[in-house]
Write a protein that binds this ligand. Sequence first.
Ligand code: TXA
Ligand code: MG
Length: 338
Amino acid sequence: MLITKYYQTDELSQAANELRLGELVAFPTETVYGLGAVATNEKAVKRVYLAKGRPSDNPLIVTVDSVEMAKKYILDLPAEANLLFEKFWPGSLTLIFKIKPGSLPSVVTGGLKTAAFRMPNNPVTRELIHLVGEPLVGPSANSSGKPSPTTAQHVMHDLEGRIAGIVDDGPAQVGVESTILDLSTATPTVLRPGAVTVEELESVLGCEINSEKKQVDINEVPKAPGMKYKHYAPDAQVVIVNENQWSDALEWAQKNTHQFGVMATENILTKISTKSHSIQLFSLGTDVTTATQKLFEGLRYFPEEMEYILVQGFPEKGVGAAYMNRLKKAAGNYFFEN
Ligand code: TXA
Ligand code: MG
């Protein structure tokens, strides 16, 4: 067992040394914390799958500090890529490109001819990559299947003893993973919704793109390989509660279970009577943006013996689309209906 160390943001050269030696170090990004290893070091990348308990057919994101670093690996850059780099990099948009054969180990790409590239909007992590001098793989730094980590403490909880360290830069600002856009196909396709929305992408590209939202049969739209696995799920059953259903949902929960939790915004929480001791509350802040920041933290918050967690639903607009995508997975699509 390794001793897992917290690195402060002024200790990046130590963290970079560990990475260069083939160790694993988790790093902050604006979306969620990532689990870093040097992307060109096959042995180190294999250890990422082991540490997370991740299936080996699920490819990893290549995290870069600049467009130039990504270009070393990309085979013919599509014309629209430059528009996207300009507008969204650094930021919460991961782009999939065809890569130069053999330029990255096949453990990174899961044997695909493409790879996913991301330049995070976090200067600390870009500096870390700059010090290492090579891209880092960066899957979310959680145990596979658990909610993604939005603080360094979440990473410690899941991976202590299995990685060398965690660079601590406080809570992540966005709270859900990046939007993934596939540019290796004829029509650009969103494989995973995130803070960068389909509408924003279409307005920059000036054309329609494929996404789950637009299809009648959602099975027709390709998804990122990782999206097929069970995700984000606490032991309790998560139940999605839409607006105007709170009083019915609370009545139902009080009748049917001794122990349940509620995750909702302040305006809803203040209406819930705390006289009933069996209810535990977690605040999602004020609106859909703060709710997105706090969603994964909330899913990790409740004790194991909790039977149900009632969680506020939001309209699938803007960042609400990413929030609902993760929440539906955590709930196995279980909506409260009366
Ligand atoms: O915000 C994020 O993207 C975070 C932070 C840490 O950067 N990272 C992240 O990584 O969410 P991960 O590994 O948890 O999710 C990456 C997703 C997986 O669903 C994987 O299947 C997909 O990206 N992916 C990776 N390479 C791909 C490829 N070549 N084609 C299609 N999907 C790919
Ligand atoms: Mg993940």
